[in-house]
Design a protein around this ligand. Structure first.
Ligand code: AKB
Length: 312
């Protein structure tokens, strides 16, 4: 049977770029982007379905009708927006994952991808080089859904043999689509504002270190994991993946080397407590050993690429 991939939540920051990456590999006819909203930008250039993942029957019907073989399920409320409506964040993030896992089992899909996050860790997790296996005590509803979701993925793999794969993303930084409601969003906003206004007011304090990754690396990590032979994917909850770790003051001084009159000020809000509960850097040895994960971008290379693309 040929491969047909459905991306759910494709209109988001990562979904838009993953759709483009998958279309390059499998061809536009074999990749269906979907989201609750109408298609935007590059998503219009291929197959697109306006779809609400919470409508289980319609989702199942669509999968059958289109002979979908793989799902990338990216729809979720992130850490900051989740705190505004915890009950809805729980319902959307958990029920949609269960619908996708049930579909994978009942309709015999070949593979499922679901993203976890550093938000699955918490205040008593070791903060430096956070290991793959350690204390996980998330404080946000988003983090709770990520930890529970990881356990559900592993359960479906062990009990039903569903080939489900997952990564614990750090903050992801890209220039094509703005992020939507996360705590790491400052690291994207700062570049947009540096170009437009030459100044930025940051909602985290100057020395808040967090693990981060450039979009190109995030897409590469996801595709590398999904293309790896099943026997190499030894962790079926979710893999730690790292690339770099920095704080707002470091991004600001890197930007200043390109835009000397750039100014940053700090006004921490409720997102500070969320950031303080997360790891500062990640140990991703199992991902590197099992399926060869290797990042390419550090802060300097990413800053040069972000500013070049945003200016253009
Ligand atoms: C967020 O900040 O909520 C996300 C994440 C780290 O999962 N970017």
């Amino acid at each position: 049977m040929q491969t047909t991939i459905l991306l759910i939540g494709a209109g988001g920051q990562l979904g838009t770029e993953l759709t483009q990456g998958l279309r390059k590999i499998y061809g536009s006819d074999h990749v269906i982007a979907s989201d609750i909203r109408d298609a935007q930008g590059a998503l219009k250039e291929g197959r697109y379905e306006k779809m609400d993942v919470m409508q289980r029957d319609k989702l199942f019907e669509f999968i059958k009708k289109n002979q979908v073989t793989q799902i990338y399920h990216l729809a979720a409320l992130l850490s900051a927006t989740g705190e505004k409506d915890p009950r809805w964040a729980w319902k959307l993030n958990m029920e949609s994952l269960l619908f996708v896992l049930e579909a994978a089992h009942e309709l015999k899909l070949h593979k499922v991808y679901w993203p976890s996050s550093i938000a699955a860790f918490g205040p008593t997790t070791p903060k430096q080089n956070t290991p793959q296996y350690t204390i996980m005590d998330p404080t946000t509803v988003y983090g709770i859904t990520k930890l529970a979701g990881e356990l559900w993925c592993e359960y479906y793999f062990r009990r039903y043999g569903v080939d489900v794969r997952s990564l614990r993303y750090p903050g992801i930084i890209g220039w094509k689509t703005p992020p939507g409601g996360g705590t790491t969003d400052y690291a994207v906003d700062i570049y947009f504002k540096a170009i437009k206004e030459k100044k930025y007011e940051c909602f985290l304090s100057a020395d808040t270190y967090l693990p981060m990754m450039y979009m190109d690396d995030a897409v590469k990590a996801t595709l590398d994991l999904m293309e790896a032979p099943a026997e190499k994917v030894k962790i079926r909850s979710s893999y730690n993946v790292g690339a770099m770790s920095f704080c707002p003051a470091q991004v600001a001084s890197t930007i200043k080397r390109h835009i000397p009159d750039f100014q940053i000020s700090y006004k921490p809000d409720f997102r500070q407590a969320i950031a303080d509960s997360w790891p500062k850097s990640i140990d991703d040895t199992p991902a590197r050993q099992d399926w060869g994960w290797k990042h390419q971008f550090g802060l300097e290379e990413m800053t040069a690429d972000m500013l070049k693309n945003l200016s253009a």
